[in-house]
Design a protein around this ligand. Structure first.
Ligand SMILES: Cc1ncc(COP(=O)(O)O)c(C=O)c1O
Length: 306
């Protein structure tokens, strides 16, 4: 991974090589942390962070769920300070297109008890590029043998570090089978989401996407694409989607901050539709690409200028 200039760690900008934690950090050993992934775009009005307000709210809500106090380096933080710190990281690290804040328990405590273990926050700028590589011609998916953990196993609606082991296992399955991504079903057998993306289907003239109670992360890109699709006149339904419905949809696409809007052209070695990105996917992809780059004034409120 290409190093960037500065990492924000507990209120200070430090050099990449100096952003260190102890091997016994609670978060490293037990996954007690919450993170975000946020895209930075060049626009006609300068650098902008897409839906930063929503990402900061989701990060803070995740910390609330994990009961991690927002106190780092002896100082209490709130929404405004975190919002500004993320902007600062995007500003000082020239050319980054992604920012990853992570709040984690840094205390050197052996044992699972997270109560009163001190926390840290790191904000790293990243040169991400295209997260799923060059899949312009469409991504291939497999259905993972790992299920998306439901809300009784872990807070599915929060980006909790430890919960991502399932996504890593599913991603490994995909890569080892020569596919680009894996889709996970939930414990009821309905489609949940991909390892780091939500999933949409175009079927019988309607757009379908798994509803929040199907153990998904309510993606900010998912929310954006639903709103844009409705504005474009499509009917969008949040519902249960079966594996059969998934395999027989006319079009399928994934949405995520890192991946953006990516067409899926095969699932479990079966072509989706005619095996090429479809017109609905392409229209949404193109509309989204314009919005994030500030080329569509209707959605200007989603842009936070750095
Ligand atoms: C499991 C999972 N689902 C969906 C998403 C997409 O969410 P967003 O659009 O907010 O990036 C992500 C990425 O954060 C994710 O990790």
């Amino acid at each position: 991974m290409k190093k960037t200039e500065k990492i924000w760690l507990d209120g200070k900008l430090v050099k990449w090589d100096d952003a260190k934690v102890h091997v016994l950090a609670h978060g490293l050993n037990y996954g007690t942390g919450v993170f975000e992934g946020i895209r930075v775009y060049e626009t006609g009005k300068g650098l902008s962070i897409f839906r930063l307000k929503d990402h900061v709210r989701r990060l803070i809500n995740g910390c609330k769920v994990m009961a991690i106090p927002l106190e780092f380096g002896g100082r209490k933080y709130g929404y405004d300070e975190i919002f500004e710190a993320i902007k600062e990281v995007a500003r000082v690290n020239k050319g980054v297109d992604y920012v990853k804040p992570c709040v984690f328990l840094r205390g050197e405590n052996v044992g699972l008890n997270p109560v009163n273990v001190p926390a840290s926050m790191a904000i790293t700028g990243v040169h991400m590029g295209a997260y799923l590589g060059e899949v312009g011609a469409g991504a291939s998916l497999i259905t993972s043998s790992w299920h998306r953990p439901d809300n009784l196993c872990s807070p599915a609606g929060a980006k909790v570090n430890g919960a991502y082991v399932t996504s890593c296992l599913a991603k490994r399955e995909a890569v080892e089978q020569g596919a680009d991504e894996a889709v996970m079903l939930n414990s009821n057998g309905y489609v949940a989401e991909c390892t780091g993306e939500n999933i949409f289907f175009y079927r019988n003239g309607k757009i379908l996407t798994p509803k929040p109670s199907n153990s998904i992360l309510e993606g900010i890109t998912r929310n954006s694409v639903m709103e844009v699709a409705r504005d474009m006149g499509y009917e969008v339904v949040e519902t249960d989607v079966s594996r059969v419905e998934m395999l027989t949809s006319d079009e399928v696409w994934m949405t995520g901050t890192a991946a953006e809007v990516v067409s899926v052209t095969s699932i479990d070695r079966r072509p989706v539709g005619n095996g090429k990105p479809g017109p609905v996917t392409t229209a949404l992809h193109d509309r989204f690409a314009d919005i994030v780059r500030g080329k569509n004034p209707k959605y200007e409120a989603w842009l936070d200028y750095v």
